[in-house]
Ligand binder design. Structure first.
Ligand SMILES: O=C1C[C@@](O)(C(=O)O)C[C@@H](O)[C@@H]1O
Length: 234
């Protein structure tokens, strides 16, 4: 599903899908932030395909470390699920005990089911140098269908580093999704798609942001499309 840029409405409530439809290409269902996520999935009858994320606590989420794989495996049985997010650290095994075998088994199941795997990396403190970002993106992209990197921008040079790394990783043939968290990096969410980023994340309502520095969904749609098309009046 990531041949082209996919804008996801990032949410803990699948009941928001009808409101997301106008602007989003998919829904990122943050199972770790949701109440009764499996019941929500069972009841889902929306039109948008789902990217399911059950973010581990050691990667900034709220899910039980190993328990999250049980919920994700169940989620993969749902026809609406088109993609699943797995942390790079879990696949590499430098995460808590038992992660690696569960994460690789989940990836195998996803592959059997034709479900895309988004392999993600987060840095909640800083943005490393571009060369280090490219290495992380290459590692993540090799482990799945898309390598996703979200770092924290504390200044404009961090946003530039992410844009540069997006361009370099894409030019090297990796399929990536990139963005900076934090105010100085907000614009990267609109700009990195020009350099190859394949996934955007945005809340339907600004108050429900799932990461710092996200634009509301309708705004990000307008920005991404406007930059691509030259905007109105040109
Ligand atoms: O990993 C990501 C990216 C994200 O952290 C962001 O910065 O938009 C938002 C999360 O919901 C998603 O799982």
């Amino acid at each position: 599903m990531f041949e082209e840029f996919v804008l996801t409405a990032s949410t803990a409530a699948l009941s928001e899908e009808p409101r997301a439809r106008e602007h989003a290409d998919a829904v990122e269902f943050r199972m770790d932030l949701a109440s009764d996520p499996l019941a929500q999935l069972d009841a889902y009858d929306g039109e948008l395909p789902l990217l399911v994320t059950n973010r581990a606590s050691w990667e900034g989420g709220e899910a039980d470390d190993l328990g999250r794989f049980d919920a994700l495996s169940t989620a993969l049985g749902n026809d609406a699920v088109a993609a699943v997010d797995v942390e790079l650290a879990a696949l590499r095994g430098n995460a808590p005990e038992g992660e690696r075998s569960r994460a690789t088994a989940l990836r195998d199941t996803a592959r059997e089911e034709g479900i895309d795997v988004v392999v993600s990396v987060h840095d909640f403190e800083s943005t490393p140098e571009p060369a280090a970002l490219v290495d992380l993106l290459a590692d993540a992209a090799r482990e799945g269908d898309v390598g996703k990197l979200a770092t924290t921008a504390v200044g404009p040079e961090d946003a530039l580093a992410m844009i540069e790394a997006t361009h370099e990783a894409t030019a090297a043939g990796h399929r990536v999704a990139t963005m900076c968290m934090g105010e100085p990096g907000r614009h990267t969410r609109a700009v990195t798609p020009i350099y190859g980023s394949r996934i955007g994340y945005a809340p339907v309502d600004a108050a429900d942001a799932t990461a710092p520095g996200q634009y509301p969904l309708a705004t990000l749609r307008r920005l991404v499309d406007g930059l691509r098309e030259g905007g109105s009046g040109t």
